[in-house]
Design a protein around this ligand. Structure first.
Ligand SMILES: [Zn+2]
Length: 434
């Protein structure tokens, strides 16, 4: 299902090339659920706690306070964040309540997003994620909805609030490059009796579903690439696919700890493009435009794997995200006039706790609620990963501060020290538009 670039996009290309202002680019990388705990877990597993991550080398860094408004009463505060409200705060500078996509918590009116502004001013735009492309984080930049799950017309969340499906809004925004999961979106029947796939082609997109197609596609092609049914499979898993579990006890109520296990490649990820491959295609496609570009890249499953208490899943996604950050900074160094901002929308539930011997065998399950997994790090050390917000596999986001790193800002101190999440939008807007 490929198509040529439409006449309309060629006209757009030629009109934007008249601009004389120096091009400015922003690469915003969001590690979903990437609190310090998820970073610490990854650093411990891969580097035995040494500063081996690329983000550890980024000297301009700060700490972001995350909070959102309460769903039932937006005059009140919820002290743990969520992806739709966090995405909205980053993309618009306004706080909203859980599940709302770039709309005001009080009355549902639309907030204009940084991507919409950039697009209106003639910048190229891109969204890259490892989740379904319509998920809350990318949606917060190119759609407006009262309920983040209004993906397509058949989503029941759309009828509740009469929202236009997120996928249709994204296509109507003509985001130049959209890459992520969501092959299941393509056959969905939308308004006007056409499928999402047909609508994408009508909008001038090359629609691709395979890594090979991405690798062979000429950069600069307007692309709607979806590579998996729903969210993309993650890179790593625990041994045999296992995650953290309730700690077993014997007849004497003494804890039976399992042997430490190493993480392994997730066979389901084979054939998928990696996050940095999708990001590279987007960067090559958006660069050298006379105006510049805004690109959001999300490592979505740092969060999703913490929800299901799978530390190896989180570690593999965190490493992929970190490699992508490195690539983005290297691109910015070469390209110039490019700011890279790296942050998270909210924290997650992962904790690194003592290995079991520290409790000298007297530990009883009663004293450890939640789920535990003992990992064997690359350096041969034992690493205890723990999730205690729930005894079932649906862990909660947490209200910890999240990090923010930057490269290439004229005044990096804007994003150092302790800042509010609402401040990020203004820094991006100033860099791109002033
Ligand atoms: Zn989440």
């Amino acid at each position: 299902m490929r198509s040529l670039i439409t006449a309309a996009s060629i006209i757009l290309l030629s009109t934007t090339s008249i601009s004389t202002a120096a091009p400015k680019n922003i690469i915003l990388l969001i590690g979903d659920g990437m609190g310090e705990a998820e970073i610490a877990l990854t650093r411990a597993y891969e580097f035995d706690g040494d500063e081996g991550l690329f983000v550890d080398e980024m000297k301009d860094r700060g700490s972001v306070i995350v909070k959102q408004l309460m769903v039932d009463d937006p005059s009140k505060i919820e002290f743990a964040g969520e992806s739709a409200s966090g995405g909205t705060t980053i993309s618009t500078g306004n706080r909203t309540s859980s599940g709302r996509v770039a709309v005001r918590a009080e009355d549902g009116s639309h907030y204009i997003t940084i991507l919409e502004e950039a697009s209106e001013k003639g910048f190229k735009t891109g969204l890259v994620t490892t989740s379904i492309i319509t998920d809350a984080t990318p949606a917060s930049f190119a759609a407006h909805a009262q309920d983040r799950y209004c993906f397509m017309t058949s989503s029941s969340a759309c009828s509740t609030f009469n929202d236009t499906p997120i996928v249709e809004q994204m296509l109507d925004h003509n985001v130049d490059v959209m890459l992520g999961g969501g092959t299941n979106l393509l056959p969905a029947l939308e308004a006007g009796g056409k499928t999402v796939g047909e609508k994408a082609v009508d909008h001038g997109y090359s629609v691709i579903t395979k890594r090979k197609e991405l690798m062979e596609l000429a950069s600069g092609t307007k692309t709607f690439g979806v590579f998996s049914n729903g969210h993309m499979p993650v890179e790593w898993q625990g041994a045999g696919g296992k995650g953290a579990d309730i700690i077993a006890i014997d007849a004497n109520r003494t804890v039976i700890f399992p042997e430490p296990v190493a993480c392994e490649a997730n066979p389901k990820h084979s054939g998928m493009p990696r996050l940095e491959e999708m990001a590279e295609f987007a960067l090559e496609s958006l660069k050298n435009d006379n105006k510049g570009f805004f690109l959001m890249i999300e490592g979505a499953s740092i969060d999703k794997q913490a929800h299901v208490a799978k530390p190896c899943g989180t570690i593999g996604e965190m490493l992929a995200f970190d490699r992508t950050v490195k690539m983005a900074v290297e691109f910015a160094k070469k390209q110039g006039d490019t700011a890279v901002i790296v942050t998270a929308d909210h924290g997650q539930s992962t904790q690194v706790i003592y290995r079991p011997e520290a409790y000298a065998g007297t530990l009883r399950r009663d004293h450890i609620p939640g789920l535990y997994q003992l990992l064997l790090t690359k350096g041969g050390n034992e690493l205890g990963a723990y999730y205690g917000t729930n005894n079932i596999n649906d862990q909660s986001h947490t209200g910890v501060n999240v990090p923010i790193y930057s490269y290439g800002l004229d005044d990096p101190e804007q994003l150092t020290g302790v800042i509010q999440q609402t401040e990020i939008y203004g820094v991006m807007s100033k860099f791109l538009f002033e």
